[in-house]
Design a protein around this ligand. Structure first.
Ligand code: ACO
Length: 324
């Protein structure tokens, strides 16, 4: 195995929990509809928290767990589609607050594939630059991109952050294989976060909309067609069978999507842990939150083979297989 090792995992979520019954008081929906179609029961929603404050909490825990000092960190990457600002980047805000003076920091955006795309990037940068330690965080406050009158998207998303501290270990790394794909021609099926305002010179003076717009059926089809292909592609590269993977940590968008992918791969649902009931879809944060919970509960052990797989806006899809 080449590359890196995950040294620490952590997550942070807003305190405020909004359950399906509370949403049903705000829009024409029901706990039954949401549970049956998505598996979501609750989501954590920011009240005072921001993407950067959640990411900072994660970064602080990662340092504490690993025993490293802020000065030991060479690289900080935040994957997010809901940053506090376009500039400064969320990662620069985290770097500044941590006083991680030796770290280079920038954000990436690959929506719900952000964590896997981020793992790919961090791995390459650590190896190419012979750097030692990196922090990668997926962090989102998707609640600010939701039209709370639109039941077709409002029930799906939540806020949170999760991350990993990765160290470059040329001799005993974890990386097994990966496969990433971008299908930009399908991008219009899921959009959010038009930013800024039309300048007086712009031909179109229509106000820009921050809100999610999604063709749910198309995104669903995209996921169930492309995620198994992505996982199989990464498995093939590694000469592994799906049965040899101990945990499939999939992006938590919809319970039915995960169940369908498990069937497609002919693998027991016991290998597809889920926490979507508690968080909803937290985009780039969903896989690292789940990973951190499983490590904390000691359900993932050193040496286990993990397939991380994300899919979503872009449209994007990506799988990384690693030995924990
Ligand atoms: N409560 C009650 N009824 C609702 C709700 C709601 N919250 N939302 C929609 N409905 C109604 C619709 O109006 C429709 O009614 P109609 O038949 O009278 O027209 C009916 O329920 C069925 O709606 P569909 O949209 O066809 O429902 P579907 O079974 O496709 O489920 C869902 C919708 C859950 C969104 C599904 O398509 C899905 O999960 N798609 C994938 C979405 C996804 O994962 N997106 C995130 C990608 S990750 C990222 O990058 C952010």
């Amino acid at each position: 195995f080449e590359g890196f090792k995950i040294v620490a995992t952590a997550s942070a979520s807003p305190k405020r929990i909004v359950d399906n019954d509370e949403l049903a008081t705000m829009m024409d929906t029901s706990d039954e509809w949401i549970t049956q179609r998505t598996g979501i029961k609750r989501r954590h929603i920011a009240v005072t928290e921001t993407t950067s404050s959640l990411c900072l909490k994660v970064a602080t825990q990662l340092l504490k767990q690993s025993g490293l000092a802020a000065n030991d960190i060479d690289l900080i990457v935040v994957a997010t589609m809901s940053p506090d600002y376009l500039t400064p980047s969320t990662s620069a805000m985290v770097q500044g607050a941590l006083q991680a003076d030796n770290a280079v920091a920038f954000d990436i955006d690959a929506a719900c594939s952000g964590f896997v795309y981020g793992m790919h990037l961090v791995k390459q940068l650590l190896i190419a630059n012979q750097k030692k330690n990196a922090i990668l965080i997926g962090g989102e406050t998707l609640s600010k991109l939701i039209d709370w009158q639109d039941r077709s998207t409002a029930v799906l998303f939540g806020d949170g952050a999760g991350g990993v501290l990765i160290s470059n270990t040329p001799d005993a790394g974890s990386f097994v294989s990966e496969q990433l794909r971008t299908l930009g021609n399908l991008g219009q099926y899921l959009t959010a976060g038009q930013t800024g305002a039309p300048s007086p010179f712009a031909a179109d003076q229509t106000a820009l909309s921050p809100f999610f717009k999604m063709n749910g059926r198309r995104v669903y089809q995209f996921a169930v067609n492309n995620v198994p292909k992505s996982i199989n592609g990464a498995l093939k590269q590694a000469n592994l069978s799906a049965k040899e993977v101990d945990h499939f940590i999939l992006h938590q968008a919809n319970r039915r999507i995960v169940e369908r992918i498990a069937r497609e791969l002919n693998v027991s649902m016991a290998k597809f842990p889920m926490n979507i009931d508690e968080y909803g879809n937290t985009a780039a944060a969903s896989e690292p939150i789940l990973l951190a919970e499983l490590v904390k509960q000691k359900l993932i052990k050193r040496g286990d083979v993990i397939a991380l797989s994300g899919f979503g806006g872009g449209l994007t899809v990506g799988t990384m297989i690693l030995k924990y």
